[in-house]
Each structure stands twice: as structure tokens, then as C-alpha cells.
Design a protein around this ligand. Structure first.
Ligand code: ADP
Ligand code: MG
Length: 351
């Protein structure tokens, strides 16, 4: 079912992505793969389908669950969860590893104390057999444990020949920073990794996706409606899926559009709120910068003027530059344009 809102798991439910799947298959024996692309582009779906197709043992760590200031215990409990859910396949590998204890169907990992096991030691233990370690939205691991994770990844890269790490990330700049390939002080600096970039569907593919989706649920929809959806959602499969579902429920394009904007608006409000928590003036600046970019102030001087007019304060170029760079690292904006048209619309309503 194309309009199923969960990430797809089976190849027959995945629309296109043949080339991307093949790229994963061809490179799965490398130590490190990265799947990158904006929110809702289909990274988790591609990852799950690939894991199923490959048939290797794997663990899947969902880093979205981590808070910004997470600690070692939080990370280890994610690892416990990931190992526990694949325990039937991994019990023999985990048995006898110091610091790892199988209790019924749960894998306990000692995150401190006498039996403490480091991340690198844990990877070495898992290396007894071929295993894929997938980390979804891996940029969330930045922060307090980021450096140690990077060290452990670098160690596994060099020594754990049976392990392949597959990282996905929506915030592509942040993901690259986590890996640190461009940072000479990073232990992974200069190491090769294979990156699969997920792009948008073309207009034809988007229309085909919608036609097939509606056909599957037995709803006849005019070409005008399809065309309008294609125009609104700019080839992003997650929005197309959302639109299909909402149209089924509401049968009104205007309603679909409003609901999508509502979803994006909540995500933007969370971002601004997070920045405000750091400092209220930062929150204000992010909001203003976003709104100015949504008004097509798409050059440096025009953006700066717009933010200064909004604040009634002259603002330093380095401060504004920081804001802009952060929006780019979060994959919200690139070259003064929104990467997602729904975000652009939602920004106009940001208060
Ligand atoms: P991401 O992890 O990049 O945010 P997801 O894999 O969660 O994206 O996909 C977002 C939504 O779009 C989900 O509802 C998913 O089912 C759908 N989707 C994404 N890519 C495809 C695809 N190639 N074929 C069918 N559905 C897709
Ligand atoms: Mg995802």
C-alpha cells in the first residue's frame, strides 16, 4: 500500500528507489554507508527495505529517541533495545561478553561500574559475525557522547571487518559533522564512506505515485487534483503519502494543504522554541530569518536588511551568518531557499 503512512519495509511497497537500493547492495561490504536527504524523503523506508532484502543480521538503532543532552545511560538503553529486538538472531554472539547480560528477552548492557563495556568493546564483540549496524537519524548522537561514538566508529572502521555501519540523517550538515570527515581533528577524517543521497521524485513520478496510491484504495481522482498535489508537494514522498491519506479523509485539496502546513508549522515552532530555550533573542532571530527567507529575501544584503527591519536593531553579520548556517545544517534552507515548499508556507504563519 503506497499510502501507508509508516515507513515501508518491503520492496513491493516501495515506489521506485531502484538505483538507491542497488547502490546500497553494491556497497554493503564497505565499513560505512550514509543515506542522506530531507525529512520525509524516504530514508527510513529505504533503510528498512534494504535490510530486509540483504538478509544479513542487523541491529537498528533509532536515534530520534535521544534528547539533545542525552547521556551514556540513554545511549546504552537504546543499544539494549536494539539488541533485544534482534535477540533470537544474536544470542550466540552476545553470550559470554563481559558487560552484556541476557535476561529473558532483554539484553542488559553495563554502562558504568565494574563490568562497564565501552562502545568500541561492544562493537568488537558484535564483530564475531557479519552484522549491519544501522543508526536512523544518526545526527542526534551529536552532543555529549558524539566524540566517543566517533572514536568507536573509527575503531570499528579499522578493525571490525564484519561490521558495516549504515547511518541515515535528515539534517545532513549535522550528520557530516558527527562523522567529521571534513574535520582534521576527527578520527574519521579523510576516511571514505559511501553516501546515497535521496532526491525528490520527478513530477511524472509524483503523479504516478499518487495515481497508483489512489487506485489501490479504489478512489477515482481527477488529473487536476493530482496535478495540484504534485505542484504543492514538490516530489517529497512523505508529503505525497500524507496528501493521499488526507484527501481520502477530507476530499478537499484546500483541506489537505492546510493540514500539511499545520504539521510543518508545529515542527518549525519546535525548532524556534528550542532556540528560544537557549536564549529568547536567538529564538526571535531564527523566527525572523525564516520569515524573511519565506518572503524571498534571497540574498545576503536583502536578508540582513529584512531581519534588521524586523528587529529594529542592527545585527552583526557573524550572528546572522550563524543563523543562516544553522538553518542550512538542519537542511531547512539552502542558498536562501526553503528545501521544502510546505515549510515555506508554514513559516509565513509562524508567530
Ligand atoms: P524519512 O525517513 O526520510 O523521513 P520515511 O521513510 O519515514 O522518510 O518516509 C516518509 C513517508 O513517505 C512514509 O509514509 C513512507 O511510507 C513514505 N515513503 C517514502 N518513500 C517512499 C517510497 N519510495 N515509496 C512509497 N512510500 C514512500
Ligand atoms: Mg526516518
Amino acid at each position: 500500500m503506497l499510502f501507508d503512512e509508516r515507513p515501508k519495509e518491503r520492496r513491493e511497497d516501495l515506489f521506485d528507489r531502484e538505483a538507491e537500493l542497488a547502490a546500497i547492495m553494491d556497497n554493503i561490504n564497505r565499513p560505512l554507508l550514509v543515506l542522506s536527504g530531507v525529512r520525509r524523503i524516504g530514508k527510513t523506508s529505504l533503510l528498512l527495505v534494504a535490510l530486509n532484502e540483504l538478509g544479513h543480521d542487523y541491529i537498528l538503532i533509532d536515534a530520534r529517541e535521544l534528547k539533545a543532552n542525552y547521556g551514556r545511560r540513554d545511549l546504552y538503553s537504546l543499544l539494549s533495545k536494539a539488541l533485544s529486538s534482534r535477540l533470537s538472531r544474536l544470542a550466540d554472539v552476545l553470550k559470554g561478553v563481559r558487560g552484556v547480560n541476557i535476561m529473558g528477552n532483554y539484553v542488559e548492557i553495563s554502562w558504568r561500574g565494574r563490568d562497564y563495556i565501552s562502545l568500541a568493546e561492544l562493537f568488537d564483540a558484535l564483530n564475531r559475525r557479519r552484522l549491519i549496524v544501522a543508526i536512523d537519524e544518526a545526527q542526534r548522537l551529536r552532543g555529549p557522547m558524539g566524540a566517543e561514538l566517533r572514536e568507536a566508529l573509527a575503531h570499528a572502521y579499522d578493525y571490525d571487518r564484519n561490521l558495516t555501519f549504515v547511518l541515515t540523517g535528515s539534517e545532513v550538515g549535522l550528520l557530516h559533522e558527527l562523522i567529521g570527515v571534513d574535520d582534521p581533528s576527527s578520527p574519521l577524517y579523510g576516511r571514505y564512506y559511501h553516501e546515497v543521497q535521496l532526491g525528490r521524485f520527478s513530477e511524472d513520478q509524483s503523479a504516478e505515485f499518487l495515481r497508483r496510491g489512489f487506485e489501490e484504495v479504489g478512489l477515482k481522482v481527477s488529473e487536476e487534483v493530482i496535478d495540484e498535489m504534485v505542484r504543492l508537494f514538490d516530489g517529497i514522498p512523505g508529503w505525497l503519502t500524507f496528501a493521499g491519506n488526507q484527501y481520502l479523509a477530507a476530499r478537499s485539496l484546500e483541506e489537505v494543504r492546510e493540514r500539511a502546513i499545520g504539521v510543518a508549522l508545529r515542527e518549525l515552532e519546535n525548532l524556534v522554541e528550542e532556540k528560544s530555550r537557549a536564549s529568547p533573542s536567538a529564538g526571535r532571530r531564527y523566527r525572523l530569518a525564516l520569515k524573511c527567507i519565506a518572503e524571498d529575501r534571497n540574498s545576503w544584503s536583502s536578508l540582513k536588511r529584512c531581519v534588521e527591519e524586523g528587529e529594529g536593531v542592527t545585527i552583526s553579520s557573524s550572528v546572522l551568518n550563524n543563523v543562516l548556517r544553522t538553518l542550512e545544517r538542519l537542511s531547512i534552507v539552502k542558498d536562501y531557499e526553503f528545501l521544502d515548499p510546505v515549510y515555506k508556507e508554514a513559516t509565513r504563519r509562524l508567530r
